[in-house]
Design a protein around this ligand. Structure first.
Ligand code: GLC
Length: 434
């Protein structure tokens, strides 16, 4: 082995140790915060990734991550995007702005669902570690009905006409807060009239965060839904922002399939039949987000009733969700490969050739390890091994260069946003450094 190869192995081992240290440091007694200061509570999809990372070294603690997250679940099945387990006043908007009725306090919107996926992966890690499988099965069995209730919520409240495509009612719900894909729909969303004090820009350089005009609309939507008492039916009818996000639909598709696998062990025959039927409806829904002329998957603005022809990382995520048409999968892989030729470290969240590309601004260009995790798995599963290898190597190179930051500059590899970031560390442990 070359000296460089030996050094990399040592460096990777040191990085894994550092990733475990970060996840332990961000542990608040059973659940993990994304990073100290900027995000001091439990976030939904962050925790699903954390659970997959933690499962590589502590299966019991990985289950606890999901159990704490589900303490925030509403009776309707909604799994909120933030659970405010304990009061911390350094975050805006906090529980009083959301004004929801749950204990513990939560936000009132969701985030991409990955808890069935996480549950399956914890079960796999438990088996690989020769852990007590009857305990692992009990933990999974206890989660199963809650995850089922979440999926039923997505269908009931976010696809009331049973089209097979769910909509989000807030950019934060997509997890890709300030993606250029939302610029159009946000322009027809009013701004809040409330004066508010952002906390994020006191902690992270403002050039790396969403802009003020976007924030004013984020807060308007929260205030509107609060005024509607967080009633799903009213929100659906009255919102100015209703978008079928392709990433959300792809991630939901995968989680639904993983839920079906869980149902084989923990569900009833009737549930399995219902889930199979729904998975089929979702798959054809996802198929309809394909734009034949552009050869890409786009999100759809359901208020304007049109495709949003902005190509972002989201359009590649059907690789993770499952693309059943091989020709489409190939077109996605070719396009992503082409994007990767334009930057030193992939995958960028926008093509560097796009006029909206901004190499440092959050979801408008930077690389996110958890997106690479999903794209890397999707590429491998759909038969694009070289693409999968490149994504994994780039993620590893970013971690070696800049540690476990919130996101990275695709041109220079500089670490951006918050430091010591939990889901980045988890994506390292569960995939890039595994
Ligand atoms: C930001 C991200 C979101 C994430 C949260 C906590 O809001 O856009 O995806 O869940 O931070 O890390």
């Amino acid at each position: 082995m070359s000296a460089a190869g030996a050094m990399e192995i040592e460096d990777v081992a040191a990085l894994r140790t550092e990733a475990v240290r970060i996840l332990r440091e961000n542990d608040r007694g059973g659940y993990t915060i994304p990073t100290d200061g900027l995000y001091p509570f439990q976030w939904n999809w962050d925790s699903a990734f954390c659970a997959m990372g933690i499962a590589t070294y502590d299966v019991d603690r990985a289950w606890s991550e999901l159990d704490y997250l589900y303490q925030g679940q509403w009776e309707s099945g909604l799994l909120p995007h933030i659970v405010f387990h304990r009061p911390v006043d350094s975050y805006y908007p906090g529980p009083d702005v959301w004004g929801t009725a749950h204990t513990p306090p939560t936000s009132g919107i969701s985030q991409p669902p990955l808890t069935a996926t996480a549950t399956l992966r914890i079960l796999d890690r438990a088996a690989a570690a020769h852990a007590n499988m009857s305990d692992a099965k009990d933990r999974a069995a206890a989660l199963y009905p809650k995850i089922l209730a979440l999926h039923d919520w997505w269908e009931r409240e976010r696809d009331p006409d049973r089209t097979g495509i769910v909509a989000v009612l807030h950019p934060w719900e997509t997890g890709a807060d300030n993606s250029p894909v939302w610029d159009g729909p946000l322009k027809t969303t009013p701004a809040t009239k409330t004066q508010f004090q952002r906390r994020d820009v006191a902690l992270v350089d403002a050039t790396m965060r969403p802009r003020q005009w976007e924030y004013e609309r984020y807060i308007h939507l929260v205030e509107l839904y609060r005024s509607l008492g967080w009633d799903g039916g009213k929100m659906w009818r009255e919102t100015p922002f209703k978008v079928a996000d392709v990433a959300m639909n792809a991630i939901l598709m995968r989680d639904e399939r993983d839920l079906l696998t869980l149902a084989e062990s923990f569900g009833t025959p009737a549930e399995r039949a219902r889930l199979e039927e729904r998975a089929e409806r979702r798959q054809s829904g996802l198929d309809r987000l394909w734009h034949a002329q552009d050869g890409f998957y786009y999100s759809r603005d359901l208020v304007a009733d049109e495709a949003i022809r902005v190509a972002s990382h989201a359009g590649f995520l059907p690789l993770w969700g499952g693309v059943r048409n091989p020709d489409r999968a190939k077109q996605l892989a070719d396009r992503l490969t082409q994007w990767l030729t334009l930057c030193r470290y992939g995958a960028p969240t926008m093509s560097p050739r796009d006029p909206e590309f901004d190499q440092k601004r959050y979801w408008r260009g930077p690389v996110w390890a958890i997106i690479n995790f999903m794209l890397g798995h999707g590429a491998a599963e759909q038969g694009f091994a070289d693409l999968a290898d490149r994504l994994r190597e780039d993620t590893r190179a970013l971690m070696l260069r800049s540690g476990f930051c919130e996101y990275y500059d695709p041109l220079t590899g500089e670490g951006l946003g918050g430091g010591a970031f939990s889901w980045t560390a988890a994506a390292g442990l569960a995939w890039a450094l595994d």
